[in-house]
Ligand binder design. Structure first.
Ligand SMILES: [Zn+2]
Length: 178
């Protein structure tokens, strides 16, 4: 028997949890989804970053125009506008991700974020961990944070995924199960 999620082989017949990736072996999700490859995840991240970049620059343009027309604003008020709009963008991103279990870039490529153990839908707090704490740590320790994303046995999960107990998956095509 092999693990339907990470491919680990062999697994004892009576096992209910994969000794390698710790997923629930009989979860329905693993027959529907496979771990998304690093190439697909990289492309999705690229699309998301361009989109967020565009949104952020739009928001900055708006803030600059607002500050320009309200010249009486003090420096700390200007700073507050910047912090507010950044937080709003972040909250919006986390909300959209937790509601749809995907990001715009991922959804374009047919990718989805699910619970790493049994494929359950992700919660709001998992997204907060993944995008907040996890992403921050990945950026701090860049090579270490992403090195696991290149490994099949880790199901291409980043450190952010491990912290948040999430996995990025793609629907299996009916013809090629792997
Ligand atoms: Zn496994």
């Amino acid at each position: 028997m092999f693990c339907p999620s990470c491919g680990f082989n062999p697994i004892p017949e009576q096992a209910t949890t994969c000794p390698k990736c710790k997923c629930t072996l009989n979860a329905e999700a693993w027959s529907v989804y496979r771990p998304a490859s690093m190439r697909l995840r990289f492309l999705a991240a690229l699309i998301d970053h361009v989109l967020i970049g565009l949104l952020a620059s739009g928001a900055t343009q708006w803030a600059l125009a607002y500050i320009h027309t309200h010249k009486h604003l003090r420096p700390h008020q200007t700073l507050l506008i910047g912090v507010l709009q950044t937080s709003l963008l972040l909250i919006a991103f986390v909300l959209v991700t937790s509601i749809f279990s995907t990001t715009p870039g991922k959804s374009l490529l047919g990718l989805k974020i699910i619970h790493a153990k049994d494929g359950r839908p992700i919660s709001f707090w998992q997204v907060v961990w993944r995008e907040g704490v996890g992403r921050f740590l990945c950026m701090l320790f860049l090579p270490v944070g992403y090195v696991t994303a290149g490994l099949k046995h880790y199901r291409f999960r980043t450190v952010a995924d491990m912290l948040a107990k999430t996995i990025v998956v793609k629907k299996r095509s009916p013809r090629a199960p792997h």
